[in-house]
Ligand binder design. Structure first.
Ligand code: NAD
Length: 487
């Protein structure tokens, strides 16, 4: 069993039971972690609180060096981290290598950004006055992370939170806690005790006490809408800063000018990366009626050529889904679509050559419409549902006909259509011809039910800083606007 990390020490805390961590490709148990209790959260929060004052007052150069050291250590341990990530999360090694690179660069990016500035000077009402803004840390930040990008989404919260001078308590997903604990042991161990803590456990036993804790003013959460709503119901009346990154149902629109072969490859990547378990996965595809046949033919041919297997096999293009419950939900969406008239063009079942693991074939569907669950709710699996449209206006209307607004993709080189798309589509990220590519400097987050938080970029740092305005008059003298009036 791998212990938790609280106040600079490895401990099983108050846990009396363990949580087993399963390899989704083989169904084997890889290891286990303590089933943390509310008391463990209490200890971690107190440790983070005690460490806060020294951490926030630390010189920015020293803090930046410590964050750069995290990046260097992750780089040093990259191979082992990638392997462990592949075992616990399942996606192919190439995708995990990319995830770990992102972690390294996120820490480097915020190490530098954190020392740039912590506020600004304003114009003053009078010459004798000085007005300025200080951006300061909140205190203890609770970071609640999902399983699909366990380290990337941890880094997007922890790096800016620490760079801003906060201390953190991390609650990793119960399905993928091992990589977070590995980082604690090998890459965060030089940080002062209490600055960073990792408590493992289930959402209701550790995540919820963290959200409820009176001394945790910020909750940075990535996960499902349902959990986000629970967190909001607890945190909003407590006036917490809620940083919520929730679900998505992203659309890709293929314009008439798009090359069908290129569009097919772009859509396959956007829909099937990490077996479709990306918050910004393409979950709906809109194709012009006139070019639909060529596009569907191209995508079926391309998807047919993809190799499904364990992520540890370097030849694998697509790995397993994370677990049985998630696969069952995915299969329900496919069944509902079939029942309501969708046509399966490819896939639709579990791969015959793999007897173990939570695999599912990539599944291409046509004849879908918005009455079907697969076009309305987050599917979070390897599906490519394709719907035809007549006019570009209609494609935009369909794209916006959704409760979520995380990302949207357009495949086109037509400037008029591109402008119309980024002007009229309600989503936090618009990708044109290069789906799902992030940028450290580019804010990432959603609109509507995807939550309004932003990660990355300068705004990603500001999510973890509060704004204080200082009004300073150099003259300590009676002011003409003080009492008494009328003189
Ligand atoms: P989830 O909501 O089930 O769990 C996320 C985390 O919350 C886990 O650590 C879990 O233990 C914890 N948790 C569960 N119940 C809790 C509670 N009552 N209080 C506090 N914490 C609780 O989500 P998941 O299945 O792990 O992740 C998949 C979801 O995450 C998808 O909906 C996906 O779209 C979303 N996601 C969003 C983004 C984004 O940036 N918007 C990125 C990745 C994933």
């Amino acid at each position: 069993m791998k212990p938790m990390y609280i106040n600079g020490k490895f401990t099983n805390g108050h846990a009396t039971e363990e949580i087993q961590v399963q390899n989704p490709a083989t169904e084997e148990i890889i290891d286990s972690v303590p089933r943390g209790k509310p008391e463990d959260i209490e200890e971690a929060v107190q440790a983070a609180k005690s460490a806060f004052d020294a951490w926030r007052k630390m010189g920015s150069n020293e803090r930046a060096s410590l964050l750069h050291e995290v990046a260097s250590k992750v780089h040093e341990h990259k191979e082992k981290i990638v392997h462990l990530l592949t075992l616990e999360e399942g996606k192919p090694v190439a995708e995990n290598e990319e995830e770990v690179e992102w972690v390294i660069n996120t820490f480097r990016y915020y190490a530098e950004l954190g020392r740039h500035h912590r506020g600004s000077v304003l114009t003053s009402g009078e010459h004798s006055q000085f007005n300025f803004i200080i951006k300061e840390p909140y205190g203890v930040v609770g970071c609640i992370v999902p399983w699909n990008y366990p380290l990337l989404l941890l880094a997007w919260k922890v790096a800016p939170a620490l760079a801003a001078g906060n201390t953190v308590v991390i609650k990793p997903s119960e399905m993928t806690p091992l990589t977070a604990l590995y980082l604690a042991e090998h890459c965060f161990n030089h940080l002062p005790a209490g600055v960073l803590n990792v408590v493992t456990g289930y959402g209701h036993e550790t995540g919820e006490p963290l959200v409820k804790h009176a001394e945790v003013p910020v909750i940075a959460f990535t996960g499902s809408l349902a959990t986000g709503q629970k967190i909001a119901a607890i945190g909003a009346p407590m006036m917490k800063k809620l940083h919520l990154e929730l679900g998505g149902k992203d659309a890709t629109v293929i314009a008439e000018d798009a090359d069908p072969e290129i569009a097919a490859k772009a859509v396959a990547y956007a829909a099937l990366l990490n077996a479709g378990q990306v918050c910004t996965s393409t979950e709906r595809v809109y194709v012009p009626r006139r070019g639909a046949a060529k596009f569907t033919e191209a995508i079926v041919e391309h998807v047919k050529s993809l190799r499904i297997g364990p992520g540890t096999d370097s030849a694998t293009d697509m790995g397993p889904m994370i677990g049985d419950v998630y696969r069952a939900k995915f299969e329900k969406h496919i069944e509902d679509a079939k029942f309501n008239g969708a046509k399966i063009l490819f896939g639709g079942g579990r791969p015959k050559h793999l007897s173990k693991g939570f695999f599912h074939e990539p599944t291409v569907l046509s004849n879908v419409d918005h009455s079907m669950v697969i076009m309305r709710e987050e599917t979070f699996g390897p599906a490519v549902p394709i719907m035809e449209y007549t006019t570009f206006d209609e494609a935009i209307k369909l794209t916006n006909d959704c409760m979520f607004g995380l990302g949207a993709v357009l495949i086109s080189n037509d400037p008029k259509k591109i402008k119309q798309f980024f002007d009229d589509v309600k989503a936090g990220t618009i990708w044109i011809n290069d789906p799902l590519t992030d940028n450290y400097a580019g804010p990432f987050g959603g609109m509507k039910y995807s939550g309004g938080a932003r990660e990355l970029g300068e705004v990603g740092l500001d999510e973890f800083r509060e704004v204080k305005h200082v009004h300073w008059d150099f003259n300590m003298e009676d002011k003409p606007y003080w009492y008494p009036y009328g003189q």
